[in-house]
Write a protein that binds this ligand. Structure first.
Ligand SMILES: [Zn+2]
Length: 431
């Protein structure tokens, strides 16, 4: 059995891994890069309207015959989760390859397609898989495991074939709302002989080995909402359902109405039943604000669905200190005519690297001008270094292969059996 990291051996994002035997090929993730060759942010919109051949030429798409272009057959794509750096190239893959993914992942991709100008998961190609229910692709036996990450429905994969066992972590963390998910995975695979662990290492190279849990973040946010004199604006990615729950609970605990924008309301509608969150309804303390941005795009069937629970901007602005509102920078111009209510408090729940972007810089300046404030309130979707060490030790693999990291060499400081691959280099497990 051969393992090739087609991309992602030395970068965070753009993940694409191939496992091949003499007769079968499977692909783990097909993601867009987050950075270009110079490690500058990669403009993900730049792929629109270009041919696969052009994109391979430019380096945006790895050259994997049979996956993106004609070539030997690929039997399956296993998708760990909906983030674009794992799923963003799926629509460019050959249309006869089935894609194995959780229902949560297909739902988040649907939300991203309706509201985020992203690609839906092709229904004809989607094979829905369930955590801990093994399935087969030729001689490969694959067991998905639900893991906690900042996209709803994330999976890790155990892949068995040709007498070998590979565990692919996908993206995961141990400090989310459901730490039992990864704990149970560790307990389960700890009893097995794992030949290769493909382990994400987003946090290698950072300066903290551990950090806040999602529960600690909730306590912080509750205090920040309690002390806010006016409207609280919550900026976060709605497909991070853990964070959606954190903000909803914070509103509940401080006696404020949670105002979901159309995107967040749609995610709540899709995730209710699978996550600790109700469908949007006023009896549960949730109202839906239909942002003008989405209204302009005429997403009318959804509008009808949330009609009874809709709230107007006038209602919110009349009692700003009674609301916690999902917010994005474009809403200042489009919905608030450029001026936010005085003393608004904006809570920022994204990676700090985005703060330099013009829209966030302008928002911070505006908040100062209206006597408001802008406060980062975030914790990572990725496993901290100390937790990586514990995870790898519990799994006890023959080899650790770094993936989804800028610092693969740093794994060697912690583990004796690290094999750093280059992109495109093949590792033969049978040797
Ligand atoms: Zn991710």
């Amino acid at each position: 059995m051969n393992l090739t990291i087609q991309r992602g051996s030395h970068q965070i994002g753009g993940s694409c891994i191939e496992l091949a035997t003499d007769s079968r090929r499977i692909i783990l993730d097909a993601g867009l890069p987050l950075v270009d060759a110079a490690r500058e942010p990669f403009d993900q919109r730049s792929v629109r309207g270009k041919s696969v051949e052009e994109l391979i030429q430019e380096g945006a798409v790895p050259n994997v015959p049979g996956l993106f272009t004609n070539g030997p057959k690929v039997d399956a794509i296993l998708l760990s989760h909906s983030h674009l750096d794992h799923a963003g190239l799926l629509h460019l893959t050959q249309s006869d390859i089935p894609i194995y993914a959780s229902s949560g992942t297909s739902k988040m991709m649907l939300a991203g397609a309706v509201f985020g100008r992203q690609q839906e998961l092709d229904r004809n190609r989607h094979r829905e898989i369930v955590s801990r229910q093994p399935f087969e692709v030729g001689e490969f036996r694959i067991t998905p495991y639900a893991v906690d990450h900042s996209s709803f429905g994330s999976l890790a994969f155990l892949i068995e074939g040709a007498g070998k066992r590979i565990l692919y972590s996908g993206d995961l963390r141990r400090h989310g709302r459901k730490p039992g998910m990864v704990r149970d995975l560790m307990a389960d695979v700890g009893n097995l002989e794992i030949d290769v662990l493909l382990m994400e290492g987003t946090h290698f190279g950072g300066n903290r080995s551990t950090g806040k849990t999602e529960y600690e973040l909730e306590e912080d946010i509750v205090e920040l909402v309690k002390s806010a004199p006016g409207l609280v604006l919550a900026c976060f990615s709605p497909i991070d359902v853990d964070r959606l729950v954190t903000y909803y609970r914070s509103a509940q605990r401080t006696g404020r109405t949670f105002v979901a924008d159309a995107y967040a309301a749609f995610v709540m509608h899709l995730a209710a039943g699978e996550a600790a969150i109700p469908k949007p309804n006023r009896n549960a303390g949730i109202r839906v604000y239909f942002n003008r941005h989405f209204e302009q795009r005429n997403i009318t069937s959804l509008k009808d669905r949330f009609e009874e629970d809709r709230i107007t901007l006038e209602e919110i602005v009349a009692q700003p200190d009674k609301h916690l509102m999902v917010f994005r920078p474009s809403m200042r111009e489009l919905d608030f005519d450029g001026v936010l209510p005085r003393k608004s408090r904006c809570l920022y729940s994204y990676w700090k690297g985005y703060l330099e972007r013009a829209d966030w810089v302008e928002l911070q300046q505006h908040l100062k001008a209206i006597d408001g404030d802008f406060i980062p309130a975030h914790t990572s979707g990725h496993i901290y270094v100390q937790d990586i060490i514990n995870f790898v030790n519990a799994v006890g693999p023959q080899s650790v292969i770094p993936i989804h990291t800028f610092e693969p060499e740093q794994y060697k400081q912690h583990f004796p059996n690290v094999r750093v691959l280059e992109d495109g280099e093949t590792f033969d497990l049978l040797k």
